[in-house]
Design a protein around this ligand. Structure first.
Ligand code: 6R9
Length: 666
């Protein structure tokens, strides 16, 4: 780590002079699930607070100990307690007379291809799938890989695994056969659940062949369970009778009766792979009780969820942690009705998402800044065609949201009524950690604000001392929380090393701090602004600059739709600011002077030190499937290196487009 937070304060003071504030709407505040006193109440006794939240769930056996901190950083929650996650997400709602309530309004990508699934139907399907998996030889503790498009069976598969205590590892459907094989290998999954394919931008796109290819690279897999979604031809070599079974054969014929077994609170629920700073993905392990408490409470608190009235929609993919916590476990544990959409936002046309919101009367909408910026680029006329007056809360996750994108989101999508909750969390944290509360917080565009009740986060310097307001440093979590990762699958040492060695107990006392890997600053009010990964922080002539701050400045220019900034090695200044910019459609090609105009704009917004050395006008930015900009690849371009590994890009042709366009800009 080469960053030095103390050198940032001067720069930070000049940044983000954002003074717009949005108070919660009065009726929302008056009826909010969580009110301002929750912070103090939780801080008095955090462990007792989480024990109260655990009452949200149905436990087959109560816990003996809320937090076992006898072996930090290997914390355990609700030990002695037993529960079944699938029972909590499905059966108990049916048992409480809500069986006829719609759990999923599923919307397939082809128009008119929809399915409403009630909680009672979900219970039957999950039970059938649980019986089928048992029949295929899956027992509690066995791992199951899930490689599927956004179809209801993906959720059924996850819950069926949870129901029989088989930890799932969902691999994003866009990942390659290699990525799938390495994940199967790492957690030794013996069954893979997949489909023939899924729909993307109007065409069926195959998945099963990637599973076949993955099987040539690992010999772990005993059975492959295949959902028929597209009906596409699998070819002569595309079916292995010894291994492959159709979902409709084995699940469809299985009994809808299944008694869920109660598992220990610390029984593994799932492994989710995420990229670290080194090459090998990390298998983040989440367990049952604490995770479900965290997912359920945060979904209730941060979205002010009223399960009887709200229609909720999170646009994430289930191959990402947001899909796990805020499509599957949080919302279903809370018994809400939600939308699940299979396809891309622009298929068959650019207004698809907004039409879905109108059609189903969506009240809570949760998406990512990258999506918001791409809609900004297309212009407000498209969302304005749909009636979205049902919306009452908007959420954002995945990266810092630029103030301009926040304002656009609130105004154009939310009709200037809806609070925007900018939620900071990670695969590792399992649930939202830092966020406004919609009925309590006066939102500031660009700030994730403060840790939610029950969570203790801070911004610290190299020594682990909290930085004063107005300064920047490292984002840490200073006390354990229920939905925290328990370890990295099969690698306790790497877990300790990655997250707990930066601020160990010997340095900061207590149990040490969890190091999130993000840089952040506290503004004059003590509110937190997440600046992005510390490895995305640049050092220009000894001044530390955040990629995000410069990106925000660029995006605040009326001609700019989206921007990505990287620090490229520079002989004179150590690092120099290089910006890649997508212009708004109405800006045309921006004209000859656009680059000078933008450099001047950044200089004005932040200061001369932040002026980009280079601005390149590009048609697209390289993004992962979860929407994160791959700055590593842009650094390669900026430093005139051969572009590195592009296999995790959502669209690998983007780098060709960018490299070709290198003639433009200066
Ligand atoms: C949920 C998720 C985690 C990283 C995290 C940070 C960035 C997420 C953010 C945010 C600023 C927010 N991040 N939410 N940065 N503001 N509201 O995204 O998990 O894929 O593990 O990514 O994403 O850098 O460290 P994951």
């Amino acid at each position: 780590m080469t960053t030095d937070p103390s050198s940032t304060s001067e720069t930070l003071a000049n940044l983000s002079r954002e003074d717009r504030r949005f108070e919660p709407p009065a009726d929302l505040a008056a009826n909010a699930n969580v009110t301002a006193d929750a912070y103090e109440h939780a801080a008095k006794d955090r462990v007792a607070f989480w024990a109260e939240q655990a009452e949200r769930l149905s436990w087959a056996e109560r816990w003996d100990t809320v937090l076992d901190d006898s072996k930090p950083p290997f914390f355990k929650w609700f030990t002695g307690g037993k529960l079944n996650a699938a029972y909590n997400c499905v059966d108990r709602h049916v048992g409480a007379g809500r069986g006829d309530k719609v759990a999923l309004h599923w919307v397939g990508e082809p128009e008119g291809d929809t399915r409403d699934i009630t909680y009672a139907q979900l219970k039957d399907e999950v039970s059938q799938a649980a019986n089928a998996l048992t029949e295929l030889g899956v027992a509690a503790g066995d791992r199951v890989a899930i490689y599927m498009p956004m179809i209801p069976e993906a959720i059924v598969a996850m819950l069926a695994c949870a129901r029989i205590g088989a930890p799932h590892t969902v691999v994003f459907g866009g990942f390659s056969a290699d990525a799938l094989a390495s994940r199967i290998d790492d957690c030794q999954a013996k069954v893979v659940i997949t489909s023939d394919g899924g729909y993307r931008r109007g065409t069926p796109s195959a998945l099963k062949p990637a599973v076949d290819e993955a099987r040539t690279k690992t010999d772990r897999v005993e059975k492959v369970l295949v959902v028929r979604r597209t009906g596409q031809d699998l070819g002569e070599d595309g079916w292995d009778d010894d291994v492959d079974v159709w979902w409709h054969d084995v699940v469809g014929s299985a009994s809808t009766e299944h008694t869920p077994e109660a598992f220990d609170a610390e029984h593994p629920l799932y492994v989710m792979y995420t990229s670290g700073s080194t090459g090998k993905p990390k298998g983040i392990l989440h367990t049952t009780g604490g995770y479900l408490v965290g997912a359920s409470y945060t979904h209730h608190a941060v979205f002010d969820l009223k399960a009887d009235d709200d229609v909720y929609w999170c646009t994430a993919d289930i191959g990402w942690v947001t899909g796990h916590s805020y499509i599957v476990y949080g919302p279903l544990a809370n018994g809400v009705t939600q939308v699940l959409y299979e396809g891309t936002p622009d298929s068959p046309e650019r207004g698809r998402w907004w039409q879905i919101i109108e059609q189903y009367g969506v009240t809570i909408f949760y998406t990512a800044p990258t999506a918001i910026r791409s809609f900004m680029k297309q212009g407000a006329e498209i969302p304005e065609r749909s009636d979205m007056s049902s919306l009452r809360i908007l959420g954002s996750v995945g990266e810092p949201i630029n103030p301009e994108a926040y304002i656009w989101y609130r105004k154009v999508i939310g009709g200037d009524r809806t609070p925007v909750v900018d939620t900071w969390w990670q695969t590792e944290t399992g649930a939202i950690m830092i966020s406004p509360l919609p009925g309590v917080t006066a939102g500031k565009p660009g700030s994730a604000m403060t840790a939610i009740p029950g969570v203790a986060a801070d911004v610290v310097d190299d020594e682990g001392n909290p930085v004063p307001n107005g300064s920047g440093g490292y984002l840490v979590v200073t006390a354990p929380w229920p939905s925290m990762l328990r370890t990295l699958w099969g690698d306790d040492d790497r877990y300790v090393d990655t997250y707990w060695s930066r601020f160990p107990a010997s340095k900061v006392g207590g149990m040490g701090y969890y190091f999130a890997g993000d840089g952040a600053k506290k503004d004059e009010d003590g509110d937190i602004w997440v600046l992005g990964r510390v490895d995305d922080v640049m050092n220009v002539s000894g001044h530390r600059l955040s990629t995000t701050e410069i990106e925000s400045a660029l995006v605040s220019h009326p001609k700019v739709a989206e921007a990505a900034v990287v620090g490229a090695t520079d002989e004179d200044t150590g690092q120099a600011v290089c910006a890649f910019v997508i212009l708004r459609e109405e800006a045309g090609d921006g004209g000859e002077d656009i680059v000078q105009e933008l450099r001047g704009h950044v200089r004005k917004e932040i200061g001369p030190i932040a002026t980009p050395r280079q601005i390149m006008i590009v048609p697209e930015l390289p993004k992962t499937r979860s929407g994160k900009i791959m700055r590593r690849l842009l650094r390669d371009v900026a430093e005139h290196r051969e572009v590195g590994d592009v296999t995790t890009l959502a669209d690998s042709s983007v780098m060709d487009l960018i490299s070709k366009g290198m003639g433009s800009g200066s």
